[in-house]
Design a protein around this ligand. Structure first.
Ligand code: AHR
Length: 320
């Protein structure tokens, strides 16, 4: 189903959160935030949303860019602990390996909020809340679009190449799993090759070139775990003398403006939305935590699916 608006529910929940914050808790607080990096258009929008929400709320934001490296995030978290920030927030590069540093934050009594990506930890009390998308569902949505497309062309079978996100990251693991869950057992849909493109355009192009070299015209579909890799791959497809969106269907995730531009040019077939505008929810949650109020352990985001047919109508509404 194509969703074109945020649900009223989401807006009401935000208002409720804001109303629940007593005046004394609205005074400036310090948040240490460790960002994944600047690997994609999505990430740029996510960083801007967090910085903007912090500025508007008068929050003292200590921002650290981890350049896609877990060890940089661990260092940043330790530095936030040493600085005695009120709240630590981070978007974990990868899913595992956080127990030790999160135990240190807990021992220092500094609450931790996860944004965008989840972690796998032995003790869930090591973080207070996780705000972000359902990546498994995003993978399912991408696959469901393909299943529907295949049903409209019942005589055809589709060979798929998959560009995975960063190895060990929650969106790469979950988007792969969600997609596989829907297509597994479907004799008309087969994954030929699957490799990481690290969520970047440059890597997406490079890996797609390799796919094209080894599989050539056997490839009917590209499934990219994000729009940036899809855009890089589109370039590789064109350079190989093929038409992206036609000779090779392009299915990706994020819903950034670059993907809409590609859809308007007929080069990308569908993008599944992953909303990066998490800043306001992060700041509100941090304020509630600081005020000692309970917060939901899991805060999800409402998102849509945008096939190329709706791109022209939706493009003017896109905020990122
Ligand atoms: O964690 C969200 C993912 O990270 C986005 O889909 C991708 O573009 C980003 O790099």
């Amino acid at each position: 189903m194509t969703l074109t608006r945020r649900t009223l529910l989401g807006a009401a929940a935000s208002l409720l959160l804001a109303a629940a914050i007593p005046a004394h808790a609205q005074k400036p607080l310090t948040i240490g935030f460790s960002q994944v990096g600047a690997e994609s258009e999505w990430r740029t929008a996510n960083t801007a949303s967090i910085k903007d929400a912090a500025r508007k709320a008068g929050v003292n934001l200590k921002f650290a860019d981890a350049q896609q490296r877990q060890e940089n995030q661990v260092k940043a978290i330790r530095s936030f602990i040493a600085q005695r920030v009120d709240v630590i927030a981070f978007s974990p590069v990868v899913e595992s390996g956080w127990d030790t540093v999160l135990r240190e934050a807990k021992a220092a009594r500094i609450p931790v909020i996860l944004t965008d990506r989840a972690v796998k930890v032995s003790d869930p009390s090591l973080y207070v809340s996780f705000i972000g998308s359902d990546f498994v569902e995003e993978g399912r949505r991408a696959a469901r679009w393909l299943v529907e497309h295949q049903k409209k062309n019942p005589a055809r079978s589709y060979n798929i190449v998959e560009l995975q996100g960063t190895v060990g990251s929650a969106p790469a693991l979950d988007r792969k799993a969600g997609f596989a869950e829907v297509i597994n057992g479907n004799p008309k849909l087969k994954i030929l090759r699957s490799q990481t493109g690290d969520f970047t355009r440059a890597k997406g192009k490079e890996v797609m070139e390799a796919f094209l070299k080894s599989e050539g015209k056997n490839i009917n579909v590209l499934y990219a775990h994000n729009d940036d890799m899809a855009i890089g791959a589109i370039q590789a497809i064109e350079e190989a003398g093929l038409k992206p969106g036609k000779d090779i269907l392009v299915v990706s995730i994020d819903g950034v403006k670059g993907a809409f531009e590609a859809m308007l040019q007929g080069k990308l077939n569908v993008t599944v939305e992953c909303n990066p505008l998490l800043g306001p929810q992060l700041i509100q949650t941090a304020q509630l935590v600081k005020a000692g109020k309970p917060v939901p352990k899991r805060i999800t985001v409402n998102e849509g699916v945008f096939p190329a047919e709706v791109a022209a109508k939706e493009f003017p509404n896109r905020q990122y």
